[in-house]
Design a protein around this ligand. Structure first.
Ligand code: ATP
Length: 340
């Protein structure tokens, strides 16, 4: 196995604006990369170029030393030793679960004992041994997704590409499948690229999160790093449930601000215009803070999630253990913020 290197990758469908542009990224061997971004930003196009379903109009894709594609040449998908799992699962309805899983082996001419052993192993990896003879129609959504994963595992791919594989599942099943994906990643040792627009899914699963917008890569970092130190408004707005406040703030080196720095900003300090990201968990209700008014309050079971308007009408979010009601006035302290 080897590192997957995307170098200044571009794809222009001739629509006036390139779908992907100057996209450079190294995906470390055995890593689990989540590719996150708003709808239409080019995530699927990147994945399809890696898989070999699209040819780049510029740049290159290497797996280790091996050139997979550039503008002049492109290795066909079946010669890349990759597997792609789609949102739709794409299972054959007329085949049993075992036959679906074994299909990629048949295509490669693997038969007999080797075939049976690999299918059994792949089914065991997703805990579906007991369902080998069923048809996909007689399975739940989560089980179908596991068949698609087993089919992907059966050929021992170097790289597994997943395009919003959990988008059709309910919240409970999503959590269960996230666990299955983690196990799958550990067991297979494959490098995985996981496209999603759901930041909490990306944070829960990935070893690295790459955020893209309008065809470009904005930032790539570990989930903890990108949460703590997002670069710019788009990444800050996408990761975590924060609020972005416009203030005037001097551009000092330290971008992590504490209340003693934040309070003067809210009072209208001098300085160039800036934006600060305020996380929900850093907004404390009560104390010697600034006045705020509750504009919405949602009971989440273990706590209330409130939206609060500051004196200048800018909105922050906060959690409260005790009930808060719309229209209520209170003081808030923002104990920490990040200058974007
Ligand atoms: N075959 C195509 N021909 C022309 N334009 C295309 C083609 N495929 C994608 N695009 C355009 O390229 C841009 C990126 O599309 P892409 O599907 O990669 O986005 P995405 O980030 O995966 O979106 P989503 O989250 O909605 O699936 C979009 O503007 C889309 O309309």
């Amino acid at each position: 196995m080897a590192k997957l290197i995307l170098n200044r990758l571009a794809k222009d469908f001739g629509t006036g604006r390139p779908a992907v542009n100057g996209f450079s990224l190294d995906v470390r061997e055995g890593g689990f990369l989540a590719l996150l971004g708003p709808s239409g930003c080019g995530k699927t196009t990147v994945l399809r170029m890696v898989a070999g379903f699209e040819t780049p109009t510029d740049g290159s894709i290497h797996l280790g030393e091996r050139l997979l594609a550039d503008a002049a040449q492109s290795l066909p998908p079946e010669r890349r030793n990759m597997a792609m799992v789609f949102q739709s699962y794409a299972l054959w309805p007329h085949m049993s679960v075992a036959d679906n899983v074994g299909y990629p082996l048949k295509v490669r001419g693997i038969k007999g004992d080797a075939y049976r052993r690999k299918v059994e192993e792949a089914l065991a990896a997703v805990r579906l041994e007991a369902y080998a003879d069923r048809r996909p129609a007689n399975l739940s959504g989560g089980q179908r997704q596991r068949v698609a994963l087993a089919r992907c595992l059966v050929t021992s791919p170097d790289v597994v590409l997943l395009d919003e594989p959990l988008a059709n599942l309910d919240r409970h099943l999503k959590q269960e499948m996230e666990e299955t994906f983690r196990e799958f990643h550990q067991r297979s040792g494959a490098t995985m690229i996981y496209v999603t627009h759901d930041q909490s899914e990306a944070m829960a699963l990935a070893t690295d999160v790459a955020v893209m917008s309008e065809g470009k890569l904005l930032q790539v970092a570990s989930p903890a790093e990108i949460y703590a130190r997002p670069e710019g408004r788009i990444v800050g707005g996408l990761i975590g449930r924060g609020a972005i406040l416009s203030v005037n703030c001097s551009m000092e080196a330290n971008r992590q601000l504490t209340w003693d720095r934040i309070a003067p900003l809210l009072a209208g300090a001098d300085g160039p215009p800036a934006e600060i990201l305020v996380r929900q968990e850093d907004v404390m209700i009560g104390g010697e803070g600034v006045p705020a008014r509750v504009v919405s309050s949602l009971y989440e079971g273990e706590r209330y999630a409130a939206k609060l308007a500051l004196a200048d009408s800018q909105i922050v979010r906060a959690f409260s253990r005790t009930p808060v009601s719309v229209g209520e006035s209170m003081n808030v302290v923002i104990r920490s913020a990040w200058r974007l």
